[in-house]
Design a protein around this ligand. Sequence first.
Ligand code: 5GP
Length: 177
Amino acid sequence: MEANVKISTLIGEDQIKKRIKELAKEITKKFNGEPVVAICILKGSFMFYADLLREIELDLTCDFLACSSYFGKTKSSGDVKMTLDLAHPIRGKHVLLIEDIVDTGLTMDYLVKILEAREPKSITNISLLFKPEALKKKVELDYIGFKISNEFVVGYGLDYQGYYRNLPYIARVESMN
Ligand code: 5GP
């Protein structure tokens, strides 16, 4: 399977590291010493989440949720489902929602609505990657790592059929068989 896919670097390791430091600085400043629940949207965000959190200087607790809309394909099915819920309530807490990529915007829109209903003190969302051309649902993003064109990417947590998540950089998929 992997041998049939051609990839090339889109965003290198150093570029990602540099951007994460900038984002973490802004986030640290925003919360001004208040505690935050950092939510990782599995699976794609795990690498970004771990690297970003290490640069944020705040009292953080961690929680995880999982969503699915792709079901192994390269186009969103448009039908978002939560497949794993948070372990703890977020009522009255500052929430930092950490996503790998916003494509159609359906996942972020769905999650913000679900989490808002739980009455957190605030919701701040961040996505490492954003594809403005693919947007179907208007979503407000507080922080964006990189805007990219409408192409399928892998690496740094993002997969193609389960593979490539362990690449330390982001690559575009040039051809798929
Ligand atoms: P959305 O709901 O915004 O269309 O998509 C969000 C989810 O789709 C992301 O969390 C990610 O799992 C997946 N996704 C969107 N674009 C890409 C892409 O270019 N590559 C990969 N690997 N996953 C993507």
